[in-house]
Design a protein. Sequence first.
Length: 90
Amino acid sequence: MTAIHPKITEVLTGTFKVPAAEILSESTMDSLEMDSLAVAEFAVIIKETLGVTADSDKLYKDATLADITAYIDAAVGSAAEATVPVSNTR
C-alpha cells in the first residue's frame, strides 16, 4: 500500500470508528458497514484532507480499500503533476 493507506486508515478508525483490524486491502466499504451516507462523508473528508475529489461513485461499495487507495493515489499524483511549474528556459 502507498502513503495514502495510513490516511484512509486514520479516517476510518477516527471518524467512523472502524476497528483497525478490519481495515484490510481486500475490505470494501460494505464489509466495513459503511452505508451510502458514510461513504459520501468519507469522500468529503478525503477531499478536505488530501485535496482529492473522490466522489462516492468512485468509492462504490464493491471497491476494495486497495482499489480506493489506488484511485486516490493516482488522483493525488495527477494533482501534483498538474501543479508542477514547467520551465520554458533551455
